[in-house]
Design a protein around this ligand. Structure first.
Ligand SMILES: Cc1cc2nc3c(=O)[nH]c(=O)nc-3n(C[C@H](O)[C@H](O)[C@H](O)COP(=O)(O)O)c2cc1C
Length: 214
């Protein structure tokens, strides 16, 4: 580990990062777990939270891979307002649905009006990641659609950009992403998610240190 990385890890030591996601069949869940790894490696205190499933049981049951994933992630805690309040930075993950975030994640976000009204979502770092079935299936528009909410909250949006070599391989400067039709995320997509979360944790740490010093 070089000196800069050590300093950055130290700066992120007290930062709290929430990874809040929705996943029907495991792709976004895998990216979320990689994001947890990246934030933890940066020294952050991390919470992994899924949002509640809102689809009726008959819809879930009609797709075995959906029902299986729901069962496999039964032990992941559900996101609540306290997770957003707790966090200095939040990474949101969602599959694309016709180029937009999944309704399950939107349903959670749409409960946050009271927090927003009291300014309790402002000044935090936000970032987003996604998955689609096809290569150009709306990944960027999904992440940008989530950014609309971050603007309303008064958040500090931190995209990965092309600030790490992995970004030239993943090819998505908006956020980590994966093409689900190819199976679970490959190592490049997972590494991009780890990098994104590390960058988010480090940026949140710098902001926190700057506020404390101001
Ligand atoms: C209603 C619906 C709409 C979808 N829209 C798109 C889309 O616009 N583009 C695309 O490539 N995939 C689309 N998909 C595929 C999902 O994005 C894909 O299954 C998902 O990213 C897999 O992530 P998960 O395993 O975390 O659920 C759609 C799926 C559903 C059910």
């Amino acid at each position: 580990m070089d000196t800069k990385t050590e300093a950055e890890a130290g700066a992120a030591a007290t930062v709290k990062v929430a990874v809040v996601y929705y996943s029907s069949t495991g792709t976004v869940h895998a990216l979320a777990r990689a994001a947890v790894e990246g934030a933890e490696k940066a020294g952050a205190d991390v919470r992994l939270r899924k949002v509640a499933e809102t689809a009726p049981p008959e819809a879930v049951g009609a797709r075995p891979e959906w029902a299986r994933h729901l069962e496999e992630t039964a032990d992941v805690a559900e996101a609540g307002h306290e997770d957003l309040e707790w966090a200095d930075a939040v990474l949101f993950g969602t599959p694309t649905r016709f180029g937009n975030p999944a309704v399950q994640l939107r349903a959670f976000i749409d409960t946050t009006g009271p927090l927003w009204f009291q300014g309790r979502l402002a000044d935090k770092v936000y970032s987003a990641f996604t998955a689609s079935n096809t290569a150009h299936g709306g990944q960027e528009s999904t992440i940008l659609a989530l950014s609309n909410t971050f603007y309303h909250w008064g958040g500090v949006i931190v995209p990965p950009g092309y600030t790490d070599p992995v970004q030239f391989r993943s090819g998505n400067p908006y956020g980590a992403s994966s093409v689900a039709a190819g199976g679970l995320p490959d190592e490049v997509a997972l590494e991009a998610a780890r990098f994104q979360a590390r960058r988010v944790a480090e940026t949140a740490a710098f902001l926190k240190a700057g506020r404390a010093a101001a």
